[in-house]
Each structure stands twice: as structure tokens, then as C-alpha cells.
Write a protein that binds this ligand. Structure first.
Ligand SMILES: [Zn+2]
Length: 420
């Protein structure tokens, strides 16, 4: 199936891989329009063939770097002139190496890497938190051998708000945006109406809530999507997932994703402004119903509930409004106290199993609390361990998103010390 047909199936919600691997499609490089190629990858790469060499937008991850180089070389033998990093996440910035080596071997000019000025700062943070990032990414993606990188290809040039440049006769416009990250760059190639969104569009409910990662910017993200929609692009090449072809579809996808984020921000801020607790805010804010069937807004990677928490963190403080959590007792101490009152950890564990049988979303949430408390109070009790594993296994099986599945599976393994 060619990429246009596959992208059409994705648009119609008929592509099952959207659910099983929400961050995307691997596949061969495909020419999208004259001199513009797209390589579905983790993350995607876009390539422009100019009369003074190739320009790439994003370069993929460490594990795909050789493949990216080979695929591009099968399409064009021109030197890589420039690469733009749409942001500094490690699935976008690790493919320059083979092109740097090739330039040295052939005595070509070294590829020129351009990024927003916040991007080097991200690499510095990644070094400060390398251990943490290794743990949370292993947990998030359920990948036991992920090694967090300690060396980065820094950009040769950074910019602040916008950056216009030409390679040969091809003109590129870079626009800084904030959304999933504070170092995002949108690339606009007006000549052929090609828009590279980076991860501001990824064919999923936006990753604006990620439980284990730094602040996201949902309202700024919506503004960025509105600006992109106004460009009236004919080809949208996203950071993950397949391209969108055609002005109407692109306008719809970008503006509806903006509307989705704006709605979550509006609802959350309204409750915050009334003095609501976080817990009640989480129970009442909902993603817009009329967008529920959109294939590009499904909660397969991140979830709207987590976006609400990020909005709370961005506009408020870390405290959730419950006085007991301001200066809390240690979780293990609370669990022991409650188990003792209830007549033992096994009472909570048994009730957790009963709640699993009930099966509603609310019952599953409660089962998580009870199983966790029972295990915190009696971590060596085999019956409690089995109940906790069963509960989090069930929660993982019922989860829609990569984020939830990763955490619940991790808890299942943690019960018996099988953590990676
Ligand atoms: Zn990405």
C-alpha cells in the first residue's frame, strides 16, 4: 500500500496500527511531492532536495540512524547541507552522526544543524537527570534495555523567534513554538506548501500531560496549531504518524486539535478560579464530546486527564487542595494504619479483587488504591502481592494509553522486585 493510501486509511480511522503502535509507522522513504521525501520512522524524518544539497527536518533516534542514512542515500547522493531539529527529544536528534562521518570522509562541508535556542539547554538538563530519564523512559515504553544517551550533537546555529534561510534557491521559514516542549520549531516550505509540525501534531491526543516528564504548554500549543492551520498547507509532515494530504484535512486536524486543548484549558481554569480541588477538577473536566471519534485525537499515547494535571501545575502550584497532602505522613505509614483499622492488609487486597470484578472505571481506580495500600503495609505477604499484580495487570490491560500501560506494568513487576 502506498503512503497516500495508508494515510487515507489512517484519516478514516481504518488503520489498526494506530492503536497498537500509537507513535507510528516505520516504512520506506516515500516521495511526497517533487524533491520532498518523508521517512516514517521513530521519529519521522522529512528531506528536501535543493540545488545546493539536502535539508532534513528531524533525523530520528540512535537506533534508526543507520537506516535513515541508507534510506536517504538510496533516494539522493547529494551531501546533507542542513538539518533542523523540531525539538530536542531523543527520537529526533540522533540521526546526524552518519552524515557528519560521511562529510568528513568525503571532505564535504559538515552538515549545519539549526534549532531553537532552548534546545542546548534541554541537552544539559538531560545530563543532569540522565538516571531519572533512563528509569522513566524504560517504564513509559516498557523497554528494559533503553540506555539514556550522554553525548549529544549540538546545533551549529540557534535562533530566538523566527529564522528564515535559503539553501540554493529553496527558502525555509522556521517558527519557534511552545507546546510539548519549550524548544519547538515548525518548518514551513512555502514554495511547495509543505509544513513540518514536529511533535505539535502526532496523530494522537497531544502529549501535553505526560505523567513523568517536565512541563507542557497546552494553550501555547493550541496557539501554535492555529498559526499552522492559517498557513493553508497542502502537505503536513508530522513528527510521528503519517502525512496528511490536502488543505481541508490539514486545516481540520490542526484546528480541531487546538480546540481540544483550548477546551481542556478553559474547563480546568474555570474550576481553578472557583477554588476547586485538583481531585474534583480531574473528575469533572472532559475532552470535547463532538471530537471523540477523531482518529487523530484518540488517547492511545497520552490522556486528557493527564493534560488537566499539567494545566494545574502550569497555572497553579504542586499542592492539590487536600489539607492532608500538604504535609503528608509517609504513604507506608498511612497504609499500615488503615490496614490495621480494617483488620489486616488482606482485607484491602480482597476488596480490591472484588472491585476488579465490578469492572467500572471508578471501581478499577479504587482497586488500585486498595491494592497499593495493602502492599505498602505488607509487601512480603504473598496473597497481597498476588492481588496487587492482578489489579495492576488488569489496569494495564484496560488502559488506552502508552503512559498508563507503562506505569501499571511497571507496578506489576515491582511487586516481586522484577524491575528493570
Ligand atoms: Zn517524538
Amino acid at each position: 500500500m502506498d503512503i497516500v493510501e495508508l494515510a487515507d486509511r489512517l484519516w478514516r480511522g481504518e488503520e489498526p496500527s494506530q492503536k497498537s503502535s500509537p507513535l507510528g509507522h516505520g516504512g520506506p522513504l516515500a516521495e511526497i511531492t517533487d524533491s520532498v521525501a518523508f521517512l516514517p520512522n521513530f521519529g519521522n524524518c522529512s528531506v528536501f532536495d535543493t540545488d545546493d544539497g539536502l535539508v532534513m527536518v528531524d533525523t530520528g533516534s540512535i537506533i534508526t540512524a543507520q537506516k535513515v542514512h541508507e534510506e536517504i542515500r538510496a533516494w539522493s547522493t547529494k551531501p546533507l547541507h542542513s538539518a533542523i531539529f523540531s525539538h530536542g527529544h531523543i527520537d529526533h536528534v540522533f540521526g546526524v552522526g552518519p552524515f557528519d562521518e560521511e562529510a568528513q570522509t568525503n571532505d564535504w562541508r559538515r552538515p549545519h544543524v539549526i534549532a531553537h535556542r532552548h534546545l542546548p539547554r534541554r541537552f544539559e538538563r538531560y545530563l543532569l537527570t540522565a538516571g531519572y530519564n533512563q528509569v522513566i523512559n524504560r517504564r513509559q515504553f516498557a523497554v528494559s534495555n533503553l540506555e539514556w544517551p550522554l553525548e549529544y550533537r549540538y546545533p551549529d546555529e540557534t535562533y530566538e523567534l523566527t529564522h528564515d534561510f535559503a539553501v540554493g534557491s529553496s527558502a525555509f521559514h522556521l517558527q519557534h513554538e511552545k507546546g510539548e516542549t519549550d524548544d519547538a520549531t515548525v518548518t514551513w516550505f512555502e514554495e511547495q506548501s509543505v509544513l513540518c509540525s514536529g511533535d505539535l501534531f502526532i496523530w494522537n491526543s497531544p502529549n501535553a500531560g505526560n505523567p513523568q516528564k517536565v512541563q507542557r504548554y497546552p494553550l501555547e500549543w493550541a496557539n501554535a496549531l492555529r498559526r499552522m492551520a492559517a498557513l493553508d498547507a497542502q502537505y503536513l509532515l508530522p513528527g510521528h504518524g503519517l502525512p496528511i494530504f490536502g488543505r481541508d484535512r490539514i486545516y481540520q486536524a490542526l484546528s480541531e486539535t487546538a480546540e481540544y486543548l483550548e477546551s481542556l484549558v478553559d474547563q480546568t481554569l474555570a474550576l481553578m478560579n472557583e477554588g476547586a480541588r485538583l481531585s474534583d477538577t480531574l473528575s469533572s473536566v472532559r475532552a470535547p464530546i463532538h471530537l471523540a471519534d477523531r482518529p487523530y485525537l484518540q488517547p492511545f499515547y497520552d490522556e486528557p486527564e493527564f493534560i488537566v494535571r499539567n494545566i494545574w501545575r502550569l497555572y497553579g502550584g504542586w499542592w492539590d487542595g487536600n489539607p492532608a497532602t500538604l504535609r503528608p505522613a509517609n504513604d507506608r505509614r498511612v497504609a499500615s494504619e488503615l490496614c490495621e483499622l480494617a483488620g489486616g492488609a488482606s482485607v484491602l487486597a480482597t476488596r480490591a479483587e472484588e472491585l476488579l470484578e465490578e469492572g467500572s472505571d471508578e471501581a478499577l481506580r479504587l482497586a488500585g488504591h486498595l491494592a497499593e495500600m495493602a502492599w505498602l503495609a505488607s509487601p512480603d505477604d504473598e496473597g497481597v502481592q498476588a492481588a496487587r499484580q492482578h489489579v495492576f495487570h488488569t489496569l494495564a490491560s484496560n488502559a488506552t494509553s502508552t503512559m498508563s500501560r507503562g506505569v501499571f506494568r511497571w507496578a506489576e513487576r515491582e511487586t516481586t522486585g522484577e524491575l528493570f
